[in-house]
Each structure stands twice: as structure tokens, then as C-alpha cells.
Design a protein around this ligand. Structure first.
Ligand SMILES: O=C(O)C1=C[C@@H](OP(=O)(O)O)[C@@H](O)[C@H](O)C1
Ligand SMILES: C=C(OP(=O)(O)O)C(=O)O
Length: 434
């Protein structure tokens, strides 16, 4: 099997929870930290090691993309990848798959290559918003051939240097635009003085704390003291050892499962301090009435299967929307999620996909531009839960399937984007100690 190719579909009956859950789960490394570690290592002056990297389609596509432009990445040891930077080469192409991190983080790096670098991806990747990256690079003096599409496919007409300097962007569709520009900025001749000038705020803000923290760890000078403005000085990044935390977005559905089916679920090794957006699930589950505590070697959620109705603004933790929506879709309600207009540009239009699938299992749902309200949940009939090639739609189907008998996901292989073993780990967690 080619781990960077779009996976073949695999139907999967989500396991039904016959009893309360009792599980301890270990999750792989953070996608976002692995992606940043790879990019910062590639831009550094010396070699780096990435300990406990996420090994999944998105991060392997990033590895392949970096190799394509001349970076040495040794992935032979699953627990420690090594990155050996080199001069970036053009005359090559990059497959972004469906990875937002690849389609946004790599073009500003490729702009430093000595010739053209072509980018394309899965069919749906061409529909994901990428006008921000294309306009930004043009604003920094880089030529982009995009056939007027302002989206994939496009070619970065790299000439070896990027001027950098002051730049206004609208990052309201994706925070990844800001992360992408900040990471490459130490290698721009003038660094960057970046302003977000959009009408709506930048979503998913913890990811910006993550990028600023990791840039500083690599030796960059970053000033983020003013809202919506980031300044990065030109300078050398250092190679170092990165240790990747467990992925809290992938962990969250397991804790949410305890709230849906009742019982106790622990995620091992949950960091006590982190910039990961998924950490928000601790407070959210508490707000919904679950008990959340540090025990059994990690973070434990004890749920009743009857979450307390409420209204959540998930602008900063929007990837939690699918799994929480599934919890709400099978609970009494009402529940409202707002602030997530930008997830319409994720792996699929997640607002529309969730509303469609929740209605199929009998939930009464109103759709808004920036979210939805579950007036009352449903618990059947079972049938097919469509995943839209979206790993987090598969996680959501798994949560719903805990209490909707006979729910079959049309495809669980899409979870390979960030966790190829998701289905097996989920099955084991639901079966518990039987
Ligand atoms: O920077 C990152 O690593 C990410 C930022 C977020 O993107 P958006 O700002 O587009 O939501 C998040 O949803 C994505 O999964 C990972
Ligand atoms: C939005 C997501 O991914 P991407 O990095 O492709 O934007 C996600 O993983 O939920």
C-alpha cells in the first residue's frame, strides 16, 4: 500500500457500545506539530531529529514534498525521523493530497527554490481555499501560475530568494495561511511584518501560538505582541530535536465517546501544558457535565451518556465540531455550535455534511452559516453514515455508532489522513476488557 496515495474505500460497521466504556487509549503524534517540525527543520541551518512523529498520510505527504525540493528526510526509524536540510531545488512537483498543512505550508518554502515547483492534490483539495497563500506570495514578489483559479493546481515560479517585508492578508478562512508565512519568514530577505486585515477573526488561534512557540524554539525572533500582527526578523533557524506530543484532536473523540455511551476513557500521556487546540475538549466536556480528571496515566473522562444542553463557540477548536456534533446528534438537547463557518472549507463542507448525516439518524437540526443547532437528537435508524473522504466525519460516525445500532460508515479508510489505525484502536476501546 502506498501511504501517500488516496486510500481505497473501506466500509466499516461502527461498534455499538453494549455496556459502559472502560478504556485506556494511546494516540499517535500531533499532525500539526509534526508538520511544523518538518518545515522548520527543512529551513534550518543544520540537521534535526523529530521524535515520535505522526506517521500518516498528511505527514508523509509533507515528507515527500520536502524530498521533492531537495531536503533529506530519513524516516527509517518510526520513533525518530532525521531531517538534513539542503539547497531547495525547483523543476519538481508536490502532491498535497487533501492536506491543508501541505498545500499552505510548503509553497512559501518552495518559493525559496531555484526553479518552478508545481502543486496539486486530491480532487477535493482543488476546492479548498488557497487564494490567501497565492495572493500573499504574489504580494511578497513571488510569481505564481494558477490559470486564474486562485486555488490548486498552481506553480510557484521560484527564483531562489523571497523579498518579504510588510504584507496584509485576510486569514479568516484559515489560520494556516499565517502559520505558513511565519515559518518561512526567517529565510525571507526582509523577514515579514504580517497583518490580518480580514473582517472576521483568524480561526483556530491556538495554532498560531503553536507556530510562534516552535519558531522561537528554533531560534527565530518573533513579535506577536499586537493583535492580528506578527513580525519575524530575518535570520538563521537552528536544527534541533523536536519531541512531538500526542495528537489531541485525534484523542478527543475517545473522550467524547465516554460522554456519549457513558463510562470511563483515558488518553495516555496527555500533556499538562500545550498549545494544541484539541486541549479545549477538557473544558468543553466539563461544561457538558462529564467529569474530567488526571488519572490512570493520562487524562480521563467519565461520562453519563446524558450531556447537559448548551451553546458552544468552537471558532478556536473547530476540529472538535464533528465528534461533538455526533454526541449532540444522539443526545436529548438542545445544543448549538457557532463560530465555525471556516470548516465549510475543511476536508469537506463539514457544516453541511454533519447536518445531513445527523438528520439521517433522526436528529432535528437547523443549519446556520457558521454552525447548527440540534433541537433534539435521534438514535436511528442505522444505515449508512457518509464520510465524504473526511477523517473527522469518520470519527463522528464512530461516536454516533456507539448508540445507534447498525450504523455503517461508507468509508473508514479516510482516517489514514491522520491515523491509519483509528478503526482498530476504536474497536478495541469499545470492546474494553472483554
Ligand atoms: O496549523 C495547523 O496545523 C492546523 C490549523 C487548523 O486549520 P484552520 O485554521 O484552517 O482551521 C486546523 O483545522 C488544521 O487541522 C491544522
Ligand atoms: C482541517 C483539518 O486538516 P487540514 O490540515 O487538512 O486543514 C483537520 O485535520 O481537521
Amino acid at each position: 500500500m502506498n501511504a501517500t496515495a488516496a486510500p481505497d474505500k473501506r466500509r466499516w460497521e461502527a461498534p455499538y457500545a453494549e455496556a459502559e466504556l472502560d478504556a485506556v487509549v494511546r494516540v499517535p503524534g500531533s499532525k500539526s506539530m509534526t508538520a511544523r517540525a518538518l518545515i522548520l527543520s527543512a529551513l534550518a541551518a543544520g540537521p534535526s531529529t523529530i521524535e515520535r512523529p505522526l506517521i500518516a498520510r498528511d505527514t508523509l505527504l509533507m515528507v515527500e514534498g520536502l524530498r521533492a525540493i531537495g531536503v533529506g528526510v530519513d524516516t527509517s526509524d518510526d520513533d525518530a525521523w532525521t531531517v538534513t536540510p539542503g539547497a531547495f531545488k525547483g523543476g519538481t512537483s508536490v502532491d498535497c493530497g487533501l492536506a491543508g498543512t501541505v498545500m499552505r505550508f510548503l509553497p512559501p518554502v518552495a518559493a525559496l527554490a531555484d526553479g518552478p515547483v508545481a502543486f496539486d492534490g486530491d480532487p477535493h483539495a482543488r476546492k479548498r481555499p488557497n487564494d490567501g497563500v497565492i495572493k500573499a506570495l504574489r504580494g511578497l514578489g513571488v510569481g505564481i501560475e494558477d490559470g486564474g483559479r486562485l486555488a490548486l493546481p498552481f506553480t510557484v515560479e521560484a527564483t531562489g530568494t523571497v523579498r518579504g517585508g510588510a504584507l496584509d492578508v485576510d486569514a479568516s478562512k484559515t489560520s494556516q495561511l499565517v502559520s505558513a508565512l511565519l515559518m518561512a519568514a526567517p529565510r525571507f530577505t526582509e523577514g515579514i511584518d504580517l497583518h490580518h486585515t480580514g473582517d472576521r477573526p483568524v480561526p483556530s488561534r491556538p495554532y498560531l501560538d503553536m507556530v510562534v512557540q516552535m519558531l522561537r524554539q528554533a531560534g527565530a525572533e518573533v513579535d506577536d505582541s499586537e493583535p492580528n500582527r506578527w513580525r519575524v526578523a530575518p535570520g538563521e533557524l537552528q536544527g534541533r530535536t523536536w519531541t512531538i506530543e500526542p495528537d489531541l484532536q485525534n484523542a478527543a473523540p475517545f473522550l467524547i465517546a465516554a460522554a456519549a455511551a457513558g463510562g470511563t476513557v483515558t488518553v495516555e500521556g496527555w500533556p499538562t501544558e500545550t498549545t494544541q487546540a484539541g486541549d479545549a475538549v477538557r473544558d468543553l466536556l466539563t461544561e457538558l457535565g462529564a467529569r474530567v480528571e488526571w488519572s490512570r496515566g493520562g487524562l480521563t473522562a467519565v461520562g453519563s451518556g446524558e450531556p447537559i444542553p448548551g451553546e458552544l463557540d468552537l471558532a478556536d477548536a473547530a476540529e472538535l465540531t464533528p465528534a461533538l456534533a455526533a454526541l449532540f446528534g444522539v443526545s436529548q438537547g438542545p445544543f448549538t455550535i457557532r463560530g465555525v463557518a471556516h470548516i465549510r472549507g475543511h476536508e469537506t463542507d463539514r457544516v453541511s455534511a454533519l447536518v445531513t448525516e445527523l438528520r439521517k439518524i433522526g436528529a432535528d437540526v437547523d443549519e446556520y452559516e457558521d454552525g447548527f443547532r440540534v433541537n433534539s437528537g435521534g438514535r436511528g435508524p442505522g444505515g449508512t453514515w457518509a464520510t465524504y473522504a473526511d477523517h473527522r466525519m469518520a470519527h463522528a460516525g464512530a461516536v454516533a455508532g456507539l448508540v445507534v445500532p447498525g450504523l455503517v460508515l461508507d468509508d473508514v479508510a479516510c482516517t489514514s489522513k491522520t491515523w491509519p489505525e483509528f478503526a482498530e484502536v476504536w474497536e478495541q476501546a469499545v470492546r474494553g476488557k472483554e
